[in-house]
Design a protein around this ligand. Sequence first.
Ligand SMILES: Cc1cc2nc3c(=O)[nH]c(=O)nc-3n(C[C@H](O)[C@H](O)[C@H](O)COP(=O)(O)O)c2cc1C
Ligand SMILES: Nc1ncnc2c1ncn2[C@@H]1O[C@H](COP(=O)(O)OP(=O)(O)OP(=O)(O)O)[C@@H](O)[C@H]1O
Length: 317
Amino acid sequence: MLSFSTLTDIPADFGASVVTVGNFDGVHRGHAALLHEVVQRATARGIRSCAVTFEPHPLQVLHPDRAPELIASTTSRYERLAATGLDAVLVLEFTAELAAMTPEEFVRDVFVDGLHAAEVVVGRDTRFGVKNSGDVDTLRQLGQQFGFAVDVLPDVGEDHRISSTDVRRALADGAVDVAARALGHVHDVRGVVVRGLQRGRELGFPTANLGPKPEGLVPADGVYVGWLVREDTARDDAEHRMPAAISVGTNPTFDDVPERTVEAYVLDRDDLDLYDETVRIEFVRRLRGNTKFDSIDALITQMRRDVAQAREICRTR
Ligand SMILES: Cc1cc2nc3c(=O)[nH]c(=O)nc-3n(C[C@H](O)[C@H](O)[C@H](O)COP(=O)(O)O)c2cc1C
Ligand SMILES: Nc1ncnc2c1ncn2[C@@H]1O[C@H](COP(=O)(O)OP(=O)(O)OP(=O)(O)O)[C@@H](O)[C@H]1O
């Protein structure tokens, strides 16, 4: 997938394209359906497919107090966009100047002059241009004016429209299985493995601890079942993706963990050295909250139960 960060990056011979626009945070099932349509229509016409997106998230610039915590990092969004088969992504820096463009200016500069759009595909609630003043009707008028087709796709979602907002809410509640259903993939966070307090090994469960502020939305404190994925190993390596019991929180049984951490015990492995590696932790299912135990023995007994449950769940996947 080609990646452009300004309009001037687009090569002169890029040709005509089928285009869509949005934040695509998390690249959920609604986004994926829309992007799939963009790719299919471009293939049918024998032209390029391109998604226009923004960095940072528009609300971070316009209303930082209302800006959402993003589901996925820029890296992960990029990878998921690439996986849809798009030919190109245009990641525009979202600035006050961009925010001030009228719908007509945005469409002319970006879709028409920049990407030579033959067709623009959007969801029915799309808004664009200064103060979100443009909607699908505006887009249809501009399509007639500039000579591109406009397709408005129906909502995706069984009982209600899938949205990034719902995915964020599910993750904040620890409902990682609900989030995965809306996303169409398991949610993950990404970070470098750092040294913890080295207590895990004594408890019988050594854990890979992610450094502070991993990329991606960290779900509610609790104990989860999932997978640890090592980015630096090949996909077909047996140790690339390994089942894990995961803990998110401040380890309340101990009083010495000031920061919320994400740590994963790779099931039945005490021989791994993951320090300084970049890993992803995938969250499949929540088992329970993160509790303060009266004794270390009580914690260990519960961790054994967690691990047994994790083994069972991962065995069937
Ligand atoms: C499956 C699992 C469940 C856990 N549950 C709890 C818990 O309920 N309460 C708690 O205080 N710590 C819990 N922990 C975190 C342990 O306290 C932590 O892994 C241990 O203190 C090692 O920390 P370290 O890696 O910083 O050395 C859990 C860890 C795992 C892997
Ligand atoms: N469930 C859905 N079904 C169909 N299209 C969707 C769905 N969700 C988003 N889209 C479309 O995907 C494009 C990109 O959307 P964008 O990421 O900007 O917002 P969003 O997902 O609607 O945001 P949020 O969920 O945070 O309200 C838009 O054209 C939007 O209409």
